[in-house]
Ligand binder design. Structure first.
Ligand code: KG4
Ligand code: ZN
Length: 351
């Protein structure tokens, strides 16, 4: 194990899914954050193809890292530490960024830190501004909602770097539900942003879809039943998406079912645990209805709300670097170079 250091310059890489990202962090500030999305590559397959993702990461890592260093105005030799996402994620995709970052740290004789992707999401709502800066002095215990294409979970963050998972989806993630129902409707992948756009001019009460597990007292989620009910609805109304207004109404109705479940279960858990602050991150947090609904419900319940900024909602290396630097500053030792990726790495669970 290496000695703890107070780094002044840290490079982070993130390659857990379909975004190749590199960021340079300096004392809580994001000096650069470069994200190369593979959305267009995977769109024709209707979802992420792991082998293609890994190959694309290998192609993108060098130019993305070079761009991040260039944007930050530094040379690799000025780095004090290197970090990367260690898990969870697609094994071959994780491997690309993790091993590249490890090799870089090894060559530079600097500490290396492997970071839990979801733990990094937990702190992304505390990064804000242009250029983005992490404000840990504002930190307060919170109930954190992580909603993306691969995950939906509620986490009680009791103190900085101390958390327990309260619940998670037992089947599809919320983003997956947006994407799969969108595919049924005939929208391109990923359908989340498209549904968001169409729903803005739709009537959320036009069609009635189930709110899965909403009346269940637990903190778990389930979205596959909602997707199935959309499938049956379309079987019974096959021509409906051809009418532009009905299509907008359908999108608004599906979206409102997803958003209602996410918001109500989050607020209920916060009240039960007497937590005064809610945070949200992950790709689905870009959704305008979710942001609005969380804001108004938190307002009514006198809860502080911190939403990750839109650019930091989707996967990015800036949040990985911010957490890595924070961990090093708080005395974490740089990991051993023989450490490997952990594709199924779980956040600590409530027992
Ligand atoms: O966090 P992310 O970039 O990747 C992971 O899945 O880890 O999240 C991508 C997901 C996709 O399912 C996408 O459809 C969804 O986030 N998404 C949205 C919106 N923007 C992205 N869902 C609803 N409304 C949006 N505006
Ligand atoms: Zn993520």
């Amino acid at each position: 194990m290496r000695e703890a250091v107070l780094p002044t310059m840290l490079l982070a890489l993130e390659t857990s899914c379909d975004e190749t990202s590199a960021a340079v962090i300096h004392d809580g500030r994001v000096l650069s954050s470069v994200v190369s999305s593979q959305i267009r590559l995977h769109a024709e397959y209707g979802g992420v193809v792991p082998e293609l993702a890994a190959r694309e990461h290998l192609r993108n890592l060098q130019p993305v890292t070079r761009a991040a260093l260039h944007e930050a105005g530094i040379a690799a030799g000025q780095l004090d530490a290197v970090a990367a996402t260690r898990g969870p994620g697609l094994p071959s995709a994780l491997m690309a960024g993790f091993k590249a970052a490890q090799a870089m740290a090894f060559a530079l004789h600097k500490p290396f830190l492997g970071i839990h992707h979801h733990e990094a999401h937990l702190y992304s709502p505390w990064i804000s501004g242009k250029p983005p800066v992490a404000d840990f002095t504002a930190f307060q215990p919170n109930l954190s909602l992580i909603v993306s294409g691969g995950h939906t979970m509620l986490v009680h963050v009791e103190a900085e770097q101390q958390h327990r998972v309260l619940g998670a989806t037992i089947d599809d993630a919320a983003g997956e539900c947006f994407d799969k129902t969108g595919k049924l409707i005939g929208l391109p992948y990923p359908a989340g942003p498209e549904i968001d756009k169409l729903a803005e001019q739709g009537n959320p009460k036009a069609f009635d879809f189930p709110r899965p597990l909403l009346s269940d007292p637990g903190d778990d989620f389930s979205f596959s039943g909602l997707k199935t009910s959309v499938r049956y609805f379309l079987r019974d109304h096959p021509q409906l998406p051809d009418d532009p207004q009905q299509l907008r109404d359908l999108c608004a109705s599906v979206q409102s079912a997803i958003v209602e479940v996410l918001v109500k279960k989050t607020i209920r858990a916060a009240k039960r645990l007497r937590v005064g602050c809610i945070t949200a991150s992950g790709g689905v947090t870009c959704n305008r209805a979710l942001r609005r609904e969380l804001a108004s419900t938190c307002g009514k319940n006198r809860l502080t709300l911190r939403l990750a900024e839109r650019e930091l909602c989707t996967d990015n290396a800036a949040m990985i670097g911010i957490l890595a630097e924070r961990k090093l500053q708080r005395g974490a030792a740089g990991g051993a170079f023989e450490e490997d990726i952990l594709p199924g790495w779980q956040l600590a669970h409530d027992l």
